[in-house]
Structure formats: C-alpha cells, structure tokens
Design a protein around this ligand. Sequence first.
Ligand code: SAH
Length: 211
Amino acid sequence: MTNPGMMQLVLDLRSNGVADPIITAMERVPRELFVAQAFQDRAFENAALPIGHYQTISQPLVVAQMTEALALNDRCKVLEIGTGSGYQAAVLAPLCRRLYTIERHKPLMQEAEKRFDHLRIHNITTRFGDGSKGWPEQAPFDRIIVTAAAIDVPPVLVDQLAVGGIMVVPIGDDHHDQRLVKVVKLNKEETEISDLGWVRFVPFVEGTPSE
Ligand code: SAH
C-alpha cells in the first residue's frame, strides 16, 4: 500500500473500530476509480462525494460498517439496492459468491458496469430499474444491502431474504440523518432488528427517472 491518502483512510477506519478483514477488503478497491476527475484529490477522504444525478458515493466508514454488519462468506448470494458508483458493490463482491445490484439511474449503472469490467470483477450481475420490488427471480438472498434511505424496512425485501439472512438498511427520511438498521430473519414470520447508529444517505426513490 503506497498511496498516502489510503494510508490515512486506513488509520481513520481502524481508529473507528473497523476490523482488519474489512480494512483489507477496502484496501483492494481503488476508490479513486469511482469518483469523478474533479474529486480525485478527495477520493480518500472519509466523506461521501457527489457522483452526479444528485447521488453520492458513500462515506468509506459507512461502507466499512455496512460490509461488516453483513458478515459475508463465500457462499453468500447478495442483493444490493442502489449501485451508485459501484464502490460498495466492488468492496462486497470478493467477499461473497455472487452480488446482484440494482440502480434506477441508467448512466450511473453504465459507469459502474465499466468499473467492474476494468477491475475484472466477474461475480456481479447488474440491473437497471426500480429496486423497491427487489429481484424476485433471484430470491431468496442470504444478504441484502440497501444503500439509500427508506422510510421503513421494506417488507418486499424481507420476503426476499432467506431465513437466517441479514439485511442492512438506513431508515429515516432524507431531511434528517437516518439510523442504520440490521435485520436478521429468524424464521418466515419473525425478524430481529438492531440499531447500528446514525448515517446520512440519499433517499430510496420508487420508479425510474425519465432521462
Ligand atoms: N452504493 C453506492 C451508493 C449510492 S447512493 C456507492 O457505493 O456508490 C444511492 C443510490 O441508490 C443512488 O445511485 C440512487 O439512484 C439509488 N436508488 C435510490 N432508490 C433506488 C431504487 N428504488 N432502486 C434502485 N436504486 C435506487
């Protein structure tokens, strides 16, 4: 690891309690490839940055916390709602068997796909569209990660989570910070919900924009 920006970011993540395997996973993904030219000098700041279409690449500490909360293993089939830049997906993909990711802004999806190709990440399946319906054809998923703030835990996504599966989702409206919530599906009827703290995400929006 030679990049001084990345070294500082690693120290920052470590001082915030992020575990070593998650730090290693993040070190492997060059965040500068996921941000526009204008933000290159800020690519290793522990901050969310604009990616166009009023969307943001998530803050590295939040990417780390969500990744950790998912407790992935190489047998996991994972669904992500909100591909955005593709950064979170690129961190998750090497830690799981297959990642399905949905984005409602077509240009963002196309840019993310190019990045996955460039980085030779081959276990990501992308879909352009509205993630509020999940991905029924591929359900159930062992893990689900929502990277946009929902008002409530989406029941459709709980349905598509395997028994024993874990979902992480920011809950709250976009005028305020939200709570990051971890949902464990105990059986077909019951879930166990825990609160992982404050986060700030762009809103989960139903439908696709007309572009
Ligand atoms: N995981 C991303 C963060 C992207 S920000 C990253 O690492 O860069 C959240 C993204 O969720 C935005 O790109 C937004 O367009 C998308 N989004 C919001 N609501 C959605 C929905 N219903 N279906 C699919 N994508 C959605």
